[in-house]
Design a protein around this ligand. Sequence first.
Ligand code: KG4
Ligand code: ZN
Length: 339
Amino acid sequence: MSTYILGIESSCDDTSASVIKDDVILSNIIANQEVHHKYGGVVPELASRSHQQNIIPVIDHALKEANIDKNQLSAIAFTRGPGLLGSLLVGTSFAKSFALGLDIPLIEIDHLQAHILAHFAQKPEKRIDVPQFPFLCLTVSGGHTQIVRVDDYFKMTILGQTIDDAAGEAFDKTAKIMSLGYPGGPVIDKLAKIGDAKKFSFPFPRIPELDYSFSGLKTSVLYFLRDELKKDDDFIEKNQADIAASVQYTIIEILMKKLVMASKQTGIKQIAVAGGVSANSGLRAAIKSGEEKYGWKTFIPAFEFTTDNAAMIAISGLFKYQQGEFTDQKATPYARSNF
Ligand code: KG4
Ligand code: ZN
């Protein structure tokens, strides 16, 4: 008999619901919140309200697209954290009530583990290769930058992480300084394709072991542009693509250096990447190039699984369902990850 899991994701600014049949995604609906764009970042209060508006239509849509009735669901998986508390409360409360009403198990999922487990989700058209344990995953999003060693679905160890800003923030803040809007990653990525990555150089952080730091880069971009603007008011407009390419190049070099180090230290050559920043074309190419340079087997997610989505919550839910690991009705969201 097949297992049908409904996944619900509401940790930040995307309301998403997905239905999977075993490990195959039947639907993955995402409602983006346009409301934050004009503020240059996610406004938590507005995010919670939008989730409240979106959640029922999004879940309804996911069930319809999957062509199943709610009574066929085997369990409901939801993001318990980390994320914005008000946002998480919407998904958590809905998941609890729905599971209670349907009298089926409730499953809590850690958002960061889910980004990694997204690699196991299959699309109906064609099965893809999945990573073998142990593998390393570089998780890069707007809130996190981590190198994780994955020994089993829920046996994960953080080998290194950022001590300040996340890689996504480095993209977003650079875009903000350049008045390119929010989120910054996709715009910088696009501009970088036509720019000269060697035109400007920015310092690399000196952080020990496998940890990262991106706050210094943000400050040096800020000071560099401030100084150049004193000489030429139009400096940013004239050099947009070259600035974007140079900053992106620096971020990728920083990320790759520690990832290569982690692979050498652990001897693990199965390398995955996850999170919003894994949509970056330069980073995807850099990781792929590790196949030839270091003998890696790489796992780069399809674009729809890079940013926040509920398919990753549903597939993680399937593995917990198979292990009989359920959550009771007392669960409350958490803002920080504790895996
Ligand atoms: O995983 P995600 O959707 O949300 C969080 O959990 O944070 O990641 C969002 C982040 C943002 O910082 C956004 O600028 C970045 O992912 N991002 C990108 C690209 N697409 C999204 N960064 C670089 N290049 C991209 N193409
Ligand atoms: Zn995320």
